[in-house]
Structures are given as C-alpha cells and as structure tokens.
Design a protein around this ligand. Structure first.
Ligand code: SF4
Length: 784
C-alpha cells in the first residue's frame, strides 16, 4: 500500500515547493474557519487556481476547517464548506462536530476528522467512521502500537513531523480563558511555551524551565518501523505557519525516505544522520523528539531550556573570541547565543577575511558580541536556505508529458488527439482545413516540432504519431490546435474535481424549537473528596458525579455507594488509549450496578455505552459550540456546553437546540489534558527505560508561572494529567440569566476545595447570595 505524504501549506511558496518536492497531498487553511489564522489569504480565484494546479499533478488538496464554530457562524461555515467542495477540494479536515454532522449528510463531501477531535483509540475512531467520516487524524500522542491498532480498521492520518502541543489537541482551553484567544479557533497565545516551576503543596520546587514546551516531532529515524508495522494511510507534516524553506526541506527528507522504504532500498545510519541534520538546520527546539511513537520519552520530550528555534550548534566561544567550528558557517547566517543573536558579517581565518568557513576550522566571527564560554548556534543557514528556495522559484517545474496523434491531410480539418497511460481519458480537437500546397508543403518534421513545442500548465507533448500528406497551412494554426488540445486536456482533468452542489442551509438544517425544560433546576455535582461529598449530601444534592480513575483523591467510594438515595454518575478519563480500556473497565465494573449514568467526552466511551441503559452526560471537554454538534452525538442525554462560550453564544445555541443543555457554573476548569506528566518526568523520573516512582499518589503538585499563578495538576490511573486553573469559574450569579435562556441543568465541580469552601459555594447557591469579584471565564469575554 502506498502511503500519502501530506504537506502543510500556509503560503504560495510552500504550495509550489511541496508539489515540486513530491508531496502526494497538501492541506491548507481556507480564508475562513482555519486554525492557522495568520497564514496567507488567497482570493477565490487564486484558491481555485491552486486546487487545479495540484490536481494537474495528481496531488490531493485538503482544506483544514479545524476550528470550533459558533452558532451564528454555522450557516456561513456550511456555505463556505460547500463552496470549497464545489471548487474541487478533495476533503475538508473538520474539527467541529456540528459541521461534520452537516457535511457527512452529503455523499459528495469527504470529511476527515481533525486531530483537534482528540481521536486516540480504535472505538473513538470507529465512532467517527460510523458517523460518515472517511479518515481520522489521530492524536499526536499515539505510539506506533496505538496507530497500528487503529489503522488496521480505520483510515488513518498521523503527524510525523513538526510542532506538538503539550495538551492533546482540542483539549486545551487555557489560552481562551486567560487571553480570550482560543486554541480551538486557531488563536492560541501559547501559554504552554512560558516558563514554569513544578512545586508541591508545600512549595518545594522540583524543576524550573520551559516545562510544558515539547520539542518538535521528528520520525525520520523510525519511519521504516512506522510504515512496516502500521497501515497508516497518510503521513502528515505540521507547519502551516512555517516558511516555504521549511516545507521544502521536510517534504524532501520524508519523500526521499518513503520512496526508499517502498522500493526496499536499505536506509543506513548515515542516511538517517544526514537527513536529521538537514531537518535540524531549518527549525528545531533543542533538537527533536520521537513524541510518543516509541513510548514515554521523559525529559527528552521537552525543550526545557529554550522553547524557540535553537538552530545548529556551531561551537563555544574561546578566551580570544575565536571558535572551533562544529558546523560550516557563511556570511549572512543568523547566529544566536543565549537570548541574543546577530547576523554574521565577517569571518576571520587568522588575518584572512573569508566568506565561509568549514567545520573544524578555528575562526573569529563578527560582530563579536559574545563572551568566552557562550555556546553559539546557527539559526539561519543562508546557503542551505538559498538552495531550498530554488524549489519554489518556478511553477510547473515538473512536466506532464502527453502523447499525440496528429492528422494533416489536405482538404480535411487538422485533428489532434492527446492521451497518456496516466489518464483514463483522451481529447480530440479539430483545427482548420489543410490546404493544397502551391510552392512548398509544410514538412512532417516541422509539424512534429510545432506540436511538441510549448506547454499549457504542466502539460506538453513529447511524442507524435502523424498521419501526413503533403499540404499547407499557416503555421500559427498548428500552434493554435496544439494550444486548444492542451487546454482542453487540462480542463478535462481539473474539471473532474469541480462539483456543482446546491445544498440549502435552511432547507437541510432547519433549527428545531427548543423544548421547554421543566421549571425545576437540576444540579450535577462532581466531588473528589469525602469532605466535599459530605457537605454536598448534607445540602441536599443527589445527582453526584465521581471519578474512581483519579489518583490521590481522598474519597471513600464504598461509603458513597452505600447511599441509596443518590443518582450516581461515573466520570471517565478524557483520554483512554485502546489498551487502557481493560484497566478502566475493571475499575468501572465495581460501580456499574449502582449508577444512573456516566459523564464523558471520550468518543470511544460514547460508542461503548451507546446502547446501554445508562444516561450519558457529555462533558464540557466535548467542545459543544453549536446546536448541530448536539445532533452529532445522538446518544448523549445531557450536553455540558463548552466553557469557551459567552452569554450571547450560549443563548444562540440554546435557542436552536432541542437537547438538554447543562452549564458549568462552578469549578476549576480542566484547561489541558496531557499524556506528558511533569510530575512523573521530574519527580518520578519516568522515561523510556524507567517506570515512574508514582509521587502523584502521595502529594499534590502544581505548576507555577513567573507571576506566581498556579495550575493544579491531577493525575489518573492511566497516567493522564489534567491541568486545572487555580481560580475557579464561578457563574452562580448568572443562573437566573441562564434560566431565561431555558437552561435549567447546572454543574458544579469540586476538585481540591475544602469542606468549608464547598459549603460556602453551596450556601451561596442555595440562598442565591451574590458572589463578588469572581472569575467568570469567557462568559462575558468571548473568545476570538
Ligand atoms: S504515576 Fe503519576 S506521576 Fe507518575 S507518570 Fe503516572 S500520573 Fe505521572
């Protein structure tokens, strides 16, 4: 099976470079609803030309439609998507489940489920496939083994190179909450790339640095294993925000290795080293990581000291300001040391000025801004990048050659037929009538030369079978028939992808009138300690959510199970890899008989319980932004809407949904879910070869930023980490307002609140006392 190499495109240079270097497919953001807001914008005509250009080369053209869609954007988003399909895009990569629900209604619309949907287990992938999704882009946190399991059954696309988020993509609301720039809408402010300290509850510091900043993913060294052991369909390179040089460099490297693997050409250690060095030269953060492909890498996964492009180490400054080079340098290169940098303007070899210096030479570099002991890095390699730029300097570098059959017979129109084994069609074009000749006939050779001359787009003719009798025609007419035939061939090819879909939004997705909820308010309360449970129970709340999957929570489940007047719900971990289900279900079975339902945001869990009698509450981690998303998850009984929605957006959603909506009105928000565990890495010393000493079972841990803001870390029995903002969202004052919007189901989460704190919250709620100066999340601060 041939695997697809999928390249990122954020500008025209990347587009041309990706195709010239042999990408099988490209993905790009549309002008709207793309998670890379700062990429180049293209007009419709430019976009159409690019789609046609890609199709000339048999390159698939995907558009990333991977942002969450607010209710008032739904119609525009749907219409924009249909317009893209009509322009000929091969698939949309979609995050918003409302949009997936809409596009998958139409068989002509191929939908790929974005990595933003955190699809990480086979059941989850199958859930999306059941809903009409053709391909799933799996989470970047998967190992080769995980990918193997999913790709056996479901068409799978996975990242092999580029930046990775520390959180599972689609599970981070941190940027939205602190800066109103939602990572789920392509506006992430990257708070994870800041400096943090890891501390315990007593304030003891275990590590300081860029503790949430992963290196970039690189899989060149494990590509043979990945391709041999899995049936992954598409290898995706991240980097729509990156420059053309980066795209050329990465596509070139991966193309080369994929071809070798597919042709069974041996890849040596030297080949790998050379390719890794090429990749390092354009962008890296303290080198690369294999991510989770081979397992949990521990500290090696992170760029703890420098979250920016580190470049290539070129040497350490000596006492006299000279450097013994570890890599070549040239004038114009960008050099960095610590937080500083300069452009290389002079190189001295002894007393000689030189324009470039090779590795191992002892030279002086200018401007000499560094001091003895400074480690120097080349962050911009002029010579190398100039070479890379050549790849996108010209369009249509690669030609598509066609064969021709040409009839040139006096008193008959010229006929030119074009065809090729590569295509399942041919074209036949008629030209002007060939005249009898008076003096000299046009020779056969001249005609062949004219037919093979020039090109249209990538197409030109390289061989002609000619049916010839001596005759005459103005040579411009031969040029004309060639141009017409090539044009027609090209048109026929690219038009095959154009569509003429006419789907009316109102007609297909008419909004349902909201069912009137009962007057009674309903509360779901999540508790994670006995103290919290005791006070919640005492205050009369009976819909209780618990999680037996969290580590280090002081709670007695046996006792809770003994209460007969409770409606108990079990909250599942957001992330459960396929091989972890057994462990999770082993725990779950102790509760199964005593519960009313479950709470989850895991598609695999939804699939598992869809036919059970249990009530399913959708967690806010499902990112429900619009009414169509509530229709996507038919099995869910109650939807907790996204915590990134503001008052007006919730009102819009509520007006258009006929489902039970629940508002998260109190609790520390779980702003990130990650495979990476800072506690295990820096305290438990977990790595590829070493198990964790499990410190999270005995202590509470936090990340503290430079302004002393704390993030609480909680861990689960399958070693996933939830990061909670210390300041809880408190929307209790807004409940009457929400009631006006016909929402009467509310949820409160208690994570590490004491008895007294829990009691105070509940007293205020019960007696409708007003809170002062509380954090209201995005309720009045809409995210971008
Ligand atoms: S045992 Fe705890 S500290 Fe160790 S990796 Fe797992 S979750 Fe992290």
């Amino acid at each position: 099976m041939s695997v697809e190499l999928l390249a990122p495109v954020g500008n025209y240079e990347s587009f041309i470079g990706a195709i010239n270097e042999g990408a099988d497919a490209i993905y790009i953001g549309g002008n709207k609803f793309s998670a890379r807001a700062s990429c180049e914008n293209f007009s419709d005509i430019q976009f159409q030309n690019m789609i046609d250009y890609a199709h000339e080369y048999g390159v698939k053209f995907y558009v990333a439609f991977n942002t969450l869609i607010k209710q008032n954007e739904l119609k525009e988003a749907f219409e924009y998507g249909i317009k893209l399909y009509n322009m000929g895009v091969d698939a949309l990569i979609v995050q918003d489940t409302g949009l997936i629900n809409m596009f998958t209604k139409f068989k002509e619309c191929e939908v790929h489920a974005s990595t933003q949907l955190s699809i990480h287990n086979l059941k989850g992938a199958q859930y999306f496939e059941d809903q009409g999704v053709k391909r799933v882009v799996v989470s970047r946190e998967l190992s080769i083994e995980d990918i193997k399991i999913i790709s056996e059954k479901v068409e799978t696309e996975g990242f092999v190179h580029g930046s990775i988020c520390v959180s599972y993509s689609g599970q981070c609301t941190m940027s939205g909450l602190i800066a109103e720039r939602s990572g789920n809408r392509g506006r992430c402010a990257q708070p994870c790339r800041m400096e943090y300290s890891l501390i315990n509850k007593n304030g003891q510091e275990f590590k300081n640095g860029f503790l949430m900043s992963p290196k970039d993913l690189m899989t060149i060294n494990i590509l043979p294993k990945l391709l041999k052991e899995t049936k992954i369909k598409s290898l995706k390179i991240e980097g729509r925000m990156k420059r053309g040089e980066y795209v050329v460099n990465t596509v070139k490297a991966y193309r080369n290795f994929i071809d070798k693997i597919q042709k069974n050409i041996k890849i040596t250690k030297e080949d790998v080293k050379a390719k890794e060095e090429d990749l390092l030269r354009v962008f890296n953060r303290e080198g690369f990581t294999n991510g989770y492909m081979l397992g949990y890498e521990g500290e090696k996964f992170l760029s703890v000291n420098n979250p920016k492009n580190q470049g290539v180490y070129i040497g350490t400054a000596l006492q006299d300001g000279s450097v013994i080079l570890k890599a070549d340098v040239s004038l114009g290169d960008g050099i960095s040391f610590g937080d500083n940098g300069f452009i290389l303007t002079k190189i001295l070899n002894g007393k000689d000025k030189i324009s470039e210096a090779k590795s191992d030479m002892k030279v002086k570099l200018f401007p000499n801004k560094f001091s003895k002991g400074d480690r120097l890095f080349k962050t911009n390699d002029q010579k190398f990048e100039k070479e890379l730029r050549k790849s996108f300097e010209n369009e249509y570098v690669i030609k598509n050659y066609l064969k021709a059959r040409f009839e040139f017979i006096p008193n008959k129109p010229m006929v030119l037929e074009l065809f090729s084994e590569k295509y399942d069609f041919s074209v036949k074009v008629f030209g002007d009538v060939v005249e009898e000749f008076n003096n000299i006939p046009i020779s056969k050779e001249r005609l062949i030369e004219k037919i093979c001359k020039g090109r249209v787009g990538s197409f030109s003719i390289d061989s002609v079978e000619i049916f010839y009798e001596e005759g005459y025609i103005n040579i411009s007419k031969v040029n004309e028939i060639r141009r017409n035939a090539l044009n027609e061939f090209r048109e026929k090819l690219v038009n095959k992808f154009h569509k003429n879909l006419k789907y009316d939004f109102e007609e297909n997705f008419e909004s349902k009138t909201r069912i009137q909820n009962s007057d009674e308010e309903k509360y779901f309360v999540f508790v994670s300690t006995d103290d919290q449970f005791n006070v919640v129970y005492k205050k009369g709340f009976r819909n209780i959510i618990i999680s037996p999957f969290m580590y280090n929570r002081k709670i007695n489940f046996e006792k809770i199970l003994s209460f007969e007047d409770l409606n108990l719900y079990i909250k599942f971990p957001t992330i459960i890899k396929e091989y972890e289900f057994e462990k999770i279900f082993n725990v779950f079975q102790k509760f199964e008989k005593n519960i009313k339902g479950i709470m989850t945001s895991n598609a695999g869990i939804i699939k598992h319980f869809k036919n059970s009698n249990l009530e399913i509450i959708g967690d806010y981690k499902l990112n429900i932004f619009n009414s169509m998303a509530t229709k996507f998850y038919e099995e869910i009984n109650v939807f907790t809407v996204s915590i990134e929605l503001c008052e007006k957006e919730i009102e819009d959603l509520s007006k258009n949904s006929d489902k039970n909506l629940c508002m998260f009105v109190y609790g520390k928000p779980d702003v990130m879910v990650s495979e990476y565990c800072p506690i295990g890495t820096f305290v438990g010393k977990r790595s590829l070869n070493k198990n964790c000493s499990r410190p999270c079972i005995k202590d509470d841990f936090y990340l503290k930023d430079r302004k002393d803001n704390k993030l609480l870390l909680t861990t689960s029995i399958n070693c996933k980490v939830s990061t909670y903002k210390e300041e809880p969202i408190n929307l209790i004052n807004e409940i009457p307002n929400m009631r006006k919007n016909n929402i009467n189901i509310f949820r409160l989460d208690f994570i590490d609140e004491t008895y007294k704190q829990t009691e105070k919250i509940l007293d205020y709620l019960i007696h409708r006392k007003s809170f002062k100066n509380v954090f209201k999340g995005n309720y009045y601060k809409p995210v971008d």
